[in-house]
Design a protein around this ligand. Structure first.
Ligand SMILES: [Fe+2]
Ligand SMILES: [Fe+2]
Length: 358
């Protein structure tokens, strides 16, 4: 809730070159309650004073030497602190063109000289109330903005937590290590950034990519844990993990889960159309899938498996480069090549053998 701290005194600016009038108005304003009065006898002095100080209600005389009241109001309104602060203009002038000019400059009220104390009191009190209402409105708007930002951040945090836990769950069934998914996710965000994609996407792909193999929860352990090469039938059963994963993740309103579903479905598609599950070709494969394909394969190659040695960084890197236009999107491979050092750093920072360095 908004704080209900004790109300600060209302600051009233009064500008009149006639000292007697200025003193009279100061006295009348002081009678209206807890006020702080800023009195000036010239526009120049007021402008100088407002550099350091602020006000809530302004009372400005029209006829002043050098800079008149209308020009002073105009200058005050140029200051972003005072664009809607109530200002009343004091004038003897009955001329409507003066009043029109004052309204255009930003005056909201007029008071006529000689000042009639009762009318002055009522009008200034009304402006004080208006000023308070405006301030409360601004405070409320700021509080609302803060509350919305907080709620959005909490929602986002919960989405990220759910995703993190889903990724953890999928890790229990998949013999690929947690570090595989972490590295693979980082490669994805490095590639996305290099491709000039929006920062939000680069962050999201890093969060969504670890779930690319979540569909393996639907594959039998005999196939998943088999040490030798898979038979034709086993391979086709295994390839179902893409659609199973997409099925688990799709249909959500959460952007992150939608992206995760897209990656799960398409990370085994190939640029040349020889991939699975839909044999999509070229740009008909979503960009997230084209990025994830490189990240996933590169990391799998550099990892040791019961049935294969870990490839060296150079060998796996060359493989990705050779597959440009065949297995992988050439534009993504070009970005991958430009990020060679960053990729190498991630590979060494999240080693399966050692502890996570970052
Ligand atoms: Fe996969
Ligand atoms: Fe993978």
């Amino acid at each position: 809730m908004m704080s209900s701290a004790a109300a600060a005194p209302i600051r009233v600016l009064i500008v009149d070159d006639n000292r007697t009038n200025l003193m009279l108005m100061e006295m009348l304003v002081a009678k209206l309650g807890t006020c702080e009065i800023l009195g000036f006898t010239s526009a120049a002095a007021a402008i100088e004073g407002l550099r350091e100080q602020s006000f809530d209600v302004g009372i400005i005389d029209y006829q002043m030497p050098e800079v008149d009241g209308i020009e002073l109001i105009r200058r005050i309104r140029q200051d972003s602190r005072f664009t809607s602060t109530p200002i009343v203009m004091v004038t003897v002038d009955q001329d409507t063109s003066v009043k029109m000019a004052a309204l255009e400059a930003g005056a909201v009220e007029f008071l006529e000289k000689p000042i009639e104390p009762v009318e002055f009191g009522v009008r200034i009190r009304n402006l004080m109330r208006l000023s308070e209402a405006l301030k409360n409105l601004a405070d409320h708007a700021a509080w609302l903005r803060g509350a919305v930002d907080k709620a959005t951040a909490a929602l986002r945090w919960r989405e990220e937590e759910i995703i993190e836990r889903l990724s953890r769950a999928s890790g229990y069934k998949d013999r690929e290590t947690t570090f595989h998914t972490k590295r693979m996710a980082r490669y994805c965000s490095i590639l996305a950034r290099e491709l000039g994609l929006p920062e939000e996407f680069c962050r999201d792909i890093q969060l969504a990519a670890p779930m690319h193999d979540i569909g393996k929860v639907g594959i039998s352990d005999d196939i998943l844990m088999k040490n030798g090469p898979l038979s034709e039938g086993e391979r086709s059963a295994m390839s179902a993990h893409t659609n199973i994963g997409a099925d688990i993740l799709s249909g959500s309103e959460c952007d992150l889960l939608q992206l995760a579903a897209e990656i799960a479905r398409t990370h085994h598609e190939r640029w040349d159309g020889l991939g699975y599950p839909a044999a999509l070709k070229g740009n008909s494969i979503p960009l997230s899938g084209r990025i994830a394909a490189i990240a996933d394969v590169f990391d799998a190659l550099t990892c040791e498996r019961p049935y294969k040695e870990a490839w060296s960084f150079d060998r796996a890197f060359s493989y990705v480069v050779e597959q440009a236009g065949a297995q992988f999107d050439p534009a993504c491979v070009a970005a991958f090549e430009r990020c060679r050092e960053a990729i190498k750093e991630v590979m060494h920072s999240f080693s399966d053998r050692g502890s996570m360095a970052a």
